[in-house]
Ligand binder design. Sequence first.
Ligand code: G3P
Length: 218
Amino acid sequence: MKFFIDTANLAQIKEAQDLGVLDGVTTNPSLMAKEGITGKDNVLRHYKAICDIVDGDVSAEVIATDYDGMIREGEELAELDDKIVVKIPMIKDGIKALKYFSERGIKTNCTLVFSAGQALLAAKAGATYVSPFIGRLDDISFDGIELIEQIRLIYDNYEFDTQILAASVRHPMHIIKCAEAAADVMTGPLSAMLALLKHPLTDSGLSQFLADHAKANS
Ligand code: G3P
């Protein structure tokens, strides 16, 4: 399973990249706003700065919601760097835009996906990635992981190439459950990745090893 970090914060992206397990980055307009990145030039510069830190794919979302606007913005984003994946919302014109980019070999990520039907449409339109938001489904008492399992079954039934990018991942159990459900990618905060490290028996075991070593060598 690929690990993407879901942030526009350069320091966190660098920290995850330095860990050696990062496969890419996802951003969205809210995450860009959180970092105070405003204005077209700054936004484009910021995406380029992210691409310069990581080796893998970097999702950059269009703001337009009409077909022509999405194509214009998406082409501009894609020209920035080969790592850019054009992120397109799951709306009617978005489906057409996914098809347009897929026919031209430009990578896409279909975002704001909350149902298997939406995921099926995105795959038929040739999306590179589909992003079911599992945390936001859990927030309203729907099972986000069940949706991943459903999409996995449908994609496997028809051998769709679209990769399932589990998004809105919030904590380490989400990551583990996504891995069990065979999501291709998960995107989440650095805190969720680092939480995978933690086990009290690792900490106490290491303390004991170091104490025994120090005693034997004193
Ligand atoms: O990748 C989608 C993500 O940015 C949404 O996460 O935590 O705002 O639901 P969240």
